[in-house]
Design a protein around this ligand. Sequence first.
Ligand code: TXA
Ligand code: MG
Length: 330
Amino acid sequence: MKNVVQVDPKSPQKNVIERAARVLQEGGLVAFPTETVYGLGAHALDAAAVRRIFAAKDRPDWDPLIVHVRDVGMARSLARELPSAFEGLTQRFWPGPLTLVVQKMEGVPDEVTARRSTVALRMPRHPVASALLAAVRLPIAAPSANRFGRPSPTSAKHVVEDLGDRVDLILDAGPTPMGVESTVLDLTQTPPAILRPGGISREELERVLGRVTLGANISDELVAQGLAAPGMTTKHYAPRARIELLEGDVETQALLLKKRLAELVALGKKVEVLIHQGDNDSLARTLYAQFREMDARGADVILCPLPSAEGIGLAVRDRLLRAAGKGGHS
Ligand code: TXA
Ligand code: MG
């Protein structure tokens, strides 16, 4: 496609970055890689540009966006009243896959925050995202670059599939290193609450903060009314195929797998099995691409053994539970 440009993931070409920065400065949309997933970016202080993100994604206007910042100074300029934990968390985890929800400064458009008094801030660590933020010198509002409700994109091909020419420019730097989204941590609550588990684990956060809580699982109805924490819709991050979870220890899962496979095949279903080779990090990296590939092959059912909740496993379990329509976190 003519709007896709290759860029070196380790040392991004200056001319490509400058072109992307110009598109953003002029109010256009740029899809770019982060260490987690691809984002769909727009100038965060330009309300019209931000509205184009919602239109491109078919995203409902009650679901607020993450604002990506170049450094801690830019984050401070967008926030009012920074809680004391902010300093230590940003020192330890920024740049990186941690999004912090704080009280917002007045200038942040209502479109970005879905009329909330808070804003979600994150400083990404992917060299392409960092270079873009340095070149554009503006905060970039960017949700994941997928159609609303679809699995997040971990390659430029996924962005093209979902958004195609709804985006002005797509920076293709190959697959993203982590594969699941950032951890969203609400610092306006005491103790801080994980609204979405992600790239920074609960254990890592607890080492800095002491106690953190896991945000309550909130009903779709409340979310649709804009009353509950956003981004917590149960049916989310989902392939078209039906997800069937396999719980229990490894042996139990193996037995269940064999049984369900036989039963579903006997019913004439096209069944796929989520491949988990090695540790939870590698599962996280391939999860969304596997969903998309299995959909493309016409799967009816995807059998998914649930990984342990350690480290990034908590985020993977959350996405699998949501994809199965069961809500997240457990
Ligand atoms: O890794 C990531 O976080 C990726 C990359 C592109 O940075 N972005 C991403 O954005 O996953 P998105 O929009 O798909 O998810 C953002 C999440 C949503 O669950 C949203 O509801 C939540 O953050 N969020 C944003 N602003 C919020 C706020 N003020 N309060 C509570 N939650 C908020
Ligand atoms: Mg998303």
